[in-house]
Design a protein around this ligand. Structure first.
Ligand code: 5GP
Length: 204
């Protein structure tokens, strides 16, 4: 039996730059993981191609996929459905390749429940650490804006706890390097390599 690939989930709050980072990773050419193209009911934007950027579906088609249990996860985001086709993910992982999902946080939570052995990476906004230090610094002005931003930051920090790694998106290139390094390290994790060595010893 072939060793399974790793399910890599990149998620994070809205507007953090998940799409930009994902596109940068896959434009590098030497990427070893496969991108799972999502399904959506939102209309294609200019330049977007069906089957490349998304599989564009009608609401009825999407709801029928939900009923047939064809989605690993799905979420409603700004009035549209977004979801991950389960067959593609399972088949690709079974063939030994890593699969990369770039999805919003509700979907990532569902994947965590179904695939706890996945690799969950939270892309964090660049100003979060700065914000954190500002929040903890004495004598901060307590105006409404800071309070709102603190609340936002708190929500984002709470979301992080469901993930294995946090990558700050300060510079796209650097974020990509960190993600590639995390995936590489994950392939060396004891739990993932041990079965292979155990099998080798058994075959002796
Ligand atoms: P956009 O409409 O800008 O392409 O994507 C909107 C949001 O949907 C982004 O946060 C993106 O990460 C997320 N998204 C894209 N595909 C999926 C998916 O298959 N499932 C979920 N849950 N979110 C997705």
């Amino acid at each position: 039996m072939k060793e399974k690939g790793i399910l890599i989930v990149l998620s994070g709050p809205s507007g953090v730059g998940k799409g930009t980072v994902r596109k940068a990773i896959f434009s590098q050419g030497n990427t070893k993981f496969e991108y799972s193209i999502s399904m959506t009911t939102r209309k294609p934007r200019e330049g977007e191609v069906d089957g490349v950027d998304y599989f564009f579906k009608t609401k009825e088609e999407f709801e029928s996929l939900i009923q047939q249990d064809k989605l690993l996860e799905y979420a409603e985001y700004v009035g549209n459905y977004y979801g991950t086709p389960v067959d593609y993910v399972r088949d690709t992982l079974d063939s030994g390749k890593d699969v990369f999902l770039e999805i919003e946080v509700q979907g990532a939570k569902q994947v965590r429940e179904k695939f706890p052995e996945g690799l969950f990476i939270f892309l964090a906004p660049p100003s979060l650490s700065e914000l954190e230090s500002r929040i903890t610094t004495r004598g901060t002005e307590s105006d409404e804006l800071i309070k709102n931003r603190m609340n936002e930051a708190r929500k984002e920090i709470e979301l992080m706890s469901l993930y294995d790694y946090v990558v700050e998106n300060d510079q796209v290139e650097v974020a990509c390097e960190r993600i590639n390094a995390i995936v590489q390290a994950e392939h060396c994790r004891y739990n993932r390599v041990a079965p292979r060595y155990i099998k080798m010893l058994e075959a002796e």
